[in-house]
Design a protein around this ligand. Structure first.
Ligand SMILES: OC[C@@H]1[C@@H](O)[C@H](O)[C@@H](O)c2nc(CNc3ccccc3)cn21
Length: 558
């Protein structure tokens, strides 16, 4: 391999900033779709066509090394319209069911493989310590035991060994301490001793390495003021040396730009990142500059060729193990699994198991399916986008009918018998005391990463509070269903509610929520995060001596 061929393997460009010809000319080793970056039309077949076109270009290089294509399939193949959208990790953590999570990984691998894609930037193994963080919903739990247990997702994605017909390379992310920043500031500073960092944030990565995870993505955050993307001790000495990680390390999107705190990347930052142990650089647009910069840094001796060779060895080993050299193109036999009934049934089961019942005064739940009269209200009752959250069709997600699925209201309507009336009004208008119960589906609207950071109030918004009050004023028992990416500050409102169900971000199969509301499945979920009594307690975590509204592990049943 020439130096340029080796550097090409270490370069990952975004699909919208590269042509198939570029891929051949610059010997690029990887392409990614950033959140929401999809071909048009956004169909599984169109994804497969796009993948095969890029792969054909990769195989047209002198050495014919296949490229590897990465996406964020973090709760299903969530960039693809029509794909099954599973609950986000916070809900999966509430299931306490690693075997279920492994099945989800397998299902996601089938849908991802059906579009040709062979690398998934998942699972996030972050240990979210401050619920203000906009990525709290990407965490399986606030203590390392739950994310460590849920590394079964890796086995589901990759298979027991790489090389299976639907094997997709998994990614343990974001290494390390992304969930521990001061104030829950996304991409902020994790101020911990090494002993604390090792005790709280490292165990899930140890578990991932033991499961054979193929790649690790570096965190945007800093540890005690040093950007993780430049931390040679933690990446090379600890991850690759002490933990024995033999896969390859990828940067986050423009992550190397942040090492010196200024925008864009310099030669010094490229050298620092590569010498720290980053093997592949996610450089979505400025990939030509990256290639020329790294070439110069090798030629002037700042980056040893041995580091380049180590990175290539790691990357090419995973490409070989995945079977990309033997089977470089999409296996279209898996394409029909995208959004399949079987996968949606699995997602519905996951939704059921993720529901956490926090209050049930007078046994108001489960609701009778027959001979009942129910009023449904709230902005999150009939909204696939809201119940799916961020990283759905687009990076930030969005409200509305963004992809096929079953809203929670549709699930409720389907759950009741013909002798029961279900009335819906988003604001609660029209309710009266003739109704036997009211269900208020409230909470958050979609967000991702720093755009979801909440530095102020964590209470319900004014619309939600008004809707609930309208229902209460009718003198009807009110069941609040919280559709949110994290615990919210509801302690002062809770006494006015008859029941509270934490639904998290269930995804496209909203009927799983109705299953629990009407008793088709009893609630078995347990809180993955401590639930604050007041926002002033954040961060609040198990064992920190504070008195919560509900402790981690809490959950009622019937
Ligand atoms: O989509 C690729 C990665 C994803 O795998 C990481 O988990 C996540 O941290 C991530 N973020 C972006 C884009 N982030 C961004 C942040 C500020 C401005 C523009 C983009 C891309 N990615």
């Amino acid at each position: 391999m020439s130096l340029d061929e080796k550097i090409g393997q270490m370069t990952q460009a975004e699909r919208g900033s590269v042509t198939a010809t570029d891929l051949t000319t610059y010997r690029l080793g990887s392409i990614l779709s950033g959140g929401g970056s999809a071909p048009s039309p956004n169909t599984a077949a169109s994804w497969a066509d796009m993948y095969d076109s890029f792969q054909r270009a990769a195989l047209a290089t002198p050495l014919g090394i296949p490229m590897i294509y990465g996406v964020d399939a973090v709760h299903g193949h969530n960039n693809v319209v029509g794909a099954t959208i599973f609950p986000h990790n916070i809900g999966l953590g509430a299931t306490r069911d690693p075997a279920l999570v492994q099945q989800i990984g397998q299902a996601v691998a089938e849908e991802v493989s059906g579009t040709g894609v062979d690398w998934d930037f998942a699972p996030c193994l972050c240990v979210a310590r401050n619920d203000r963080w906009g990525r709290t919903y990407e965490s399986f739990g606030e203590t390392p035991d739950i994310p460590s247990d849920m590394t079964t997702l890796i086995t589901g994605l990759q298979g027991a060994t790489l090389g299976g017909p639907t094997s997709v390379l998994a990614t343990a992310k974001h290494y390390v301490g992304d969930g521990g920043t001061t104030g829950g500031d996304d991409q902020g500073n994790t101020e911990l001793t090494e002993a604390e960092l090792r005790a709280i944030h490292l165990p899930p990565f140890q578990a991932a390495v033991q499961r054979g995870v193929g790649s690790v993505m570096i965190s945007y955050s800093s540890w005690n003021g040093v950007k993780m993307h430049g931390n040679q001790y933690l990446i090379t000495t600890v991850l690759k040396g002490e933990l024995g990680f033999s896969g390859f390390v990828v940067s986050d999107w423009n992550g190397i730009d942040q090492i010196d705190g200024s925008s864009g990347f310099t030669a010094a930052e490229v050298t620092t990142a590569i010498n720290a142990g980053i093997d592949m650089v996610m450089v979505p647009t400025a990939w030509k500059t990256f290639i020329s910069t790294l070439r110069a840094e090798v030629q002037n001796g700042h980056v040893p060729l041995s580091r380049i060779d180590d990175a290539n060895r790691r990357i090419l080993t995973k490409k070989f193990e995945l079977g990309l050299f033997e089977r470089p193109y999409t296996d279209r036999s898996w394409t029909p699994t995208v959004g399949s009934a079987a996968h949606r049934a699995l997602a519905r089961q996951a939704v059921r198991e993720s529901q956490v019942l926090l209050k049930n005064a007078n046994g108001v739940l489960p609701l009778a399916r027959d001979n009942n009269k129910i009023f449904v209200a709230g902005k999150n009752a009939d909204n696939i986008g809201n119940q799916s959250g961020g990283w759905t069709i687009s990076w930030q997600g969005s409200s509305g009918a963004i992809t096929p699925g079953t809203t929670i209201l549709q699930g409720i309507r389907a759950a009741v018998g013909p002798t029961t009336t279900v009335t819906y009004n988003q604001r609660g208008t029209g309710i009266d005391r003739s109704y036997r119960a009211a269900i208020a589906l409230v909470g958050e609207t979609p967000y991702a990463e720093g755009q979801g950071d909440r530095t102020g109030s964590m209470s319900l918004d004014r619309e939600d509070l008004r809707t609930i009050a309208t229902l209460r004023n009718a003198g009807v028992p009110v069941i609040v269903v919280l559709v949110s990416g994290r615990p919210m500050d509801i302690a002062t409102e809770l006494p006015k509610w008859d029941a509270l169900l934490a639904s998290w971000l269930p995804g496209t199969e909203g009927d799983g929520v109705a299953d629990v509301l009407f008793g088709a499945a009893a609630p078995t979920g347990a809180l993955p995060m401590t639930w604050m009594n007041s926002v002033s307690q954040q961060p609040i975590n198990a064992g920190d001596g504070q008195v919560p509204l509900f402790p981690q592990g809490y959950g009622l049943t019937y």
